[in-house]
Design a protein around this ligand. Structure first.
Ligand SMILES: Cc1ncc(COP(=O)(O)O)c(C=O)c1O
Length: 393
């Protein structure tokens, strides 16, 4: 396929806010995708932490096909059984600690819902978040975001934020006051560079929030649904947040997201406080039900723990064998970051990997982020990783 003609067609009609690679993808199965010319790639980014059960998992495809032939959409003023099954399954992810949820279409909408819920529950309007955090692009999410490049163009539309360093309990203690509705935190920062906090950070935040009557919101859009080795990212600690958000991996590629909360929070809202046309429609719910069934039946969070540990080991060994290339390896489960020693090593790496037949992401300038499907066969993981490493040494 002539990529220049694709570029021209796109340039004529697209609003140019995305920088694309010169590849048009047409097909994906498991952890392999194919472009329009038939070239195959190993996918180490799973549609940006979305295809946790791999591309086009047969159970997901079948559930969507089946539900599409029955009922795709009603309005939320009617009950639908797929949606009820899904909110039951979401409650199960937290072992019932967060039994109430509401379904939306994207991670940023889930964040908006969580912000509104925290405001209703506390009557407060101040939110504290962390430097380098990413919570989405809606105005509700941009008020939290810890990355100036996303916030700056829309600063005039946003209330002043309160952003503190990540993994710093003293800074959190100084910022959370009796005006604070909630502290919003990614259990592992994804876009910010795969930043993993100390083992007691979330519990510390929970205590700080409780002392001031504020809530703890865990943004699980990237860390949820088994990605970090537990069903939810906060479960690495003995803590229960007041609200969580879910997205990405929940639908395995079908757009569906959610926010979930404790009974104490849920009882503070009333009819009409929130709503959506598409959120949790039968088709989206059927997709998410299939994904959660596979994640649990195939014990994919356990698999993420096992494979993630081996991946970190492999990357560390590479760093030892090639001094001066790798400055850090970190992560949880199959959300792993390899920080390169300088920006020159990282520059153009994703493009070169693409030429070598691997989809891989570089975030925060120098961090090669590995977040493949939790189902990726081991030999495909090592084949892809070795190709990427071969470009660094
Ligand atoms: C932690 C986190 N929260 C929220 C979002 C926003 O999700 P969406 O792009 O579906 O709106 C993202 C997306 O990368 C994310 O990583």
């Amino acid at each position: 396929m002539e990529i220049d003609s694709v570029r021209q067609r796109e340039a004529a009609h697209f609003i140019p806010v995305v920088n694309r690679y010169p590849v048009a993808l047409v097909e994906g199965h498991g952890s392999r995708v194919r472009d329009a010319d038939g070239k195959e790639y190993l996918d180490l980014m799973a549609g940006w932490a979305v295809c946790n059960i791999g591309h086009c998992h047969p159970q997901l495809v079948e559930a969507i096909r089946d539900q599409a032939g029955r009922l795709m959409q009603t309005t939320n003023i009617f009950y639908t059984l797929p949606q009820i099954e899904l909110i039951e399954r979401i409650a199960g992810l937290s072992n019932g600690a967060l039994p109430h949820s509401f379904l939306v279409n994207s991670g940023t909408e889930a964040i908006d819902g969580a912000v509104k819920l925290a405001h209703r529950a506390t009557g407060r309007a101040k939110f504290v978040s962390t430097e380098n955090s990413f919570h989405g692009r809606s105005l509700g999410a941009l008020r939290l975001i810890g990355q100036a490049k996303h916030r700056h163009p829309y600063a005039a539309l946003l209330p002043e934020g309160c952003v503190v360093p990540f993994d710093d309990l003293d800074a959190a203690r100084a910022a959370v006051d009796d005006q604070t509705a909630a502290f919003v935190i990614e259990p592992v920062q994804g876009e910010g560079g795969v930043n993993v906090p100390a083992g007691d950070y979330l519990a510390g935040l929970s205590e700080i929030c409780r002392a001031k009557g504020a809530l703890l919101i865990c943004d699980e859009v990237q860390t949820g649904v088994g990605r970090t080795g537990t069903l939810l990212g906060y479960q690495h600690e003995d803590v229960t947040p007041d609200i969580i958000t879910l997205g990405k991996g929940l639908g395995g590629g079908f757009p569906v997201a959610a926010f979930a909360c404790t009974p104490d929070v849920a009882k503070t809202v009333s009819i009409s406080d929130h709503g959506t046309t598409f959120g949790g429609n039968p088709l989206a719910s059927a997709a998410a039900n299939a994904v959660l069934r596979v994640v649990i039946e195939e014990k994919l969070s356990e698999r993420a723990t096992e494979l993630g540990a081996k991946l970190q080991e492999r990357l560390r060994a590479f760093g030892d064998e090639h001094p001066g290339t790798v400055s850090d390896v970190r992560g949880r489960g199959l959300l792993v970051g390899m920080e390169l020693a300088d920006a020159d090593l990282a520059g153009g790496l994703a493009s070169r990997a693409l030429e070598a037949g691997v989809l891989v992401n570089v975030t925060a300038g120098t961090v090669v982020r590995f977040f493949p499907a939790l189902t990726i066969p081991k030999h495909e993981l090592w084949e892809g990783v070795d190709k990427v490493l071969g470009l660094i040494s």
